[in-house]
Each structure stands twice: as C-alpha cells, then as structure tokens.
Design a binder for this molecule. Structure first.
Ligand SMILES: NC(=O)c1ccc[n+]([C@@H]2O[C@H](COP(=O)([O-])OP(=O)(O)OC[C@H]3O[C@@H](n4cnc5c(N)ncnc54)[C@H](OP(=O)(O)O)[C@@H]3O)[C@@H](O)[C@H]2O)c1
Length: 218
C-alpha cells in the first residue's frame, strides 16, 4: 500500500505505522517501495494544485516553480500531459533537469527576470516570499496563484490566490501510480536504488546510531 499518514501525528520513519484505510491505495507490484514512498506527497500536491485548486485547462500556461524539485517536477510533467505550456523555474543547475521533465522553457530565478515571461494563467508556487509576490504580478486576468508554502502573501490583480495542504485521495494515488507504471511520470528521486539511499534523500535529518546527522545539500 502507499499513501499519506495522518498529518497530525509523528513517526513516518517508524518500521510500522497504523494508517487509516481511506488514506491508502494499493501499490502495484512492479512499482518498488522507494518510488512508492516518493509519490504521495509530490504527486498528490501537484495533482490537487493543478486540477482541484488551479482548475487547469488545456492550452493554458503554467509557471512551475522549483521544476527540478519533488513537487515541481511532477507539476511540470502533469501540466504538459494535460496540454499546458510550462515554464519551469529554479537555479541555473536545474535547467536541464527541468527541461528533461518536460518544461517548454526554463527561467533561472537567480539570473533572469520573471517579468520577461509576459503573462501566465497559473503559477504553482513552492518557494513563497518575493518570488511569490513577483509571480502574482504576471498572472493574466482570471488566472490563479496556487501556493503550498503557507498562507498566500500576494494576489493576482484579477484572479484567485489559493493555498492548501495536500490530502490523501486514493483515486488520485491510483491515477499517479498508473502514470509511473506506464512511464508517463517519473519522480525526481530517479536514481535512488535502495530504501537505505531513499531515507536520507527524502529526509534532510537522518538518525544514525543514536546520533543526528544533518545532511547539507550540495
Ligand atoms: N502544502 C502542502 O501540502 C505541501 C506539499 C508538498 C510540499 N510542500 C512544500 O513545498 C515546498 C517544496 O517542496 P519540494 O519537496 O518540492 O522541495 P524540493 O524538492 O527541495 O524542491 C524545491 C525546488 O525549488 C528550488 N528553489 C527553492 N528556492 C529557490 C529559490 N529562491 N530560487 C531558485 N530555486 C529555488 C530548489 O532548489 P534548491 O534545492 O537549490 O534550493 C528545489 O529545486 C516545501 O516548502 C514543502 O514543505 C507543501
């Protein structure tokens, strides 16, 4: 099975956890647990942000922030699959990964200007702050800012601003895992081979032999 445990409880690194059946979907035998573990939060967040909260329509344009990251890479792939034009963002080093996930173009947030994009219909924000504020100002009339980093601080002049916390929805989990099985979707953890590799990749803080090791990303 795979899914999301109750947000209001700790312990996702425990060997055993009791989870309500309504939060789970079957993990197909040909999808390994490492990939399965990486799917619910990134996949459901992308799905719900694009389709439930962002009401994405084919032909619209999406600004997918952090397009090489966990959520942004799935946002990029799903938006492309549903017929959107996707501008991925991130740092200079993320360009190729974002394009490989299917972004039509890439904007380096450290060196390029969001205003040069013109207008977009949907901003998917995973960063917040000043980048969220600048992104809100380029949303076309009737467009939407969707954010997953807390209460939105900026609004489009003529459009919606939505923030949300992801929920476990089994039917959506099945949509997502089907896409992984048939190759339409891949997670950004890609090359992680074993559960031992996955734990530090998925969690910035790792406990080893009673010591807490803080992993610093390169
Ligand atoms: N509300 C919800 O339900 C929900 C669900 C899922 C995630 N989230 C939140 O969404 C955020 C993103 O999660 P994630 O798992 O996708 O993280 P992630 O894998 O680290 O992806 C974020 C990406 O954005 C890039 N980025 C961040 N700040 C940037 C900046 N100032 N300029 C350029 N690039 C920048 C990161 O690059 P670097 O690594 O180089 O900084 C990274 O590639 C987190 O804050 C997470 O807590 C919320």
């Amino acid at each position: 099975m795979f899914g999301i445990t109750d947000w209001h409880r700790d312990g996702t690194l425990a060997e055993y956890a009791a989870v309500e059946a309504r939060n789970l979907a079957p993990l197909p035998g040909n999808v390994d647990f490492t990939v399965g573990a990486s799917l619910p939060i990134s996949g459901l967040t992308a799905w719900q942000g694009l389709f439930q909260h962002g009401r994405l329509q084919a032909g619209q344009s999406v600004l997918a922030h952090g397009a090489a990251g966990a959520v942004g890479s799935v946002v990029t792939q799903l938006a492309r699959e549903f017929g959107a034009y996707v501008i991925g963002t991130g740092r200079a080093a993320d360009r190729q990964a974002a394009l490989d996930f299917g972004a039509n173009e890439f904007l380096d947030l450290d060196h390029e200007d969001l205003d040069d994009i013109g207008g977009v219909d949907l901003v998917f924000d995973v960063i917040g702050g000043d980048i969220q504020r600048r992104s809100a100002s380029i949303i076309r009339p009737g467009g939407t800012l969707v954010s997953v980093v807390g209460p939105v601080e900026a609004r489009p002049v003529d459009g919606l601003a939505v923030d949300f916390v992801v929920e476990s929805v089994p039917s959506q989990l099945m949509e997502i895992v089907d896409r992984v099985r048939d190759g339409r979707l891949r997670t950004h953890i890609g090359t992680v081979a074993t559960l031992d590799d996955a734990i530090p990749a998925l969690n910035p803080t790792e406990r080893r032999k009673g010591k807490t090791v803080i992993r610093v990303r390169p």
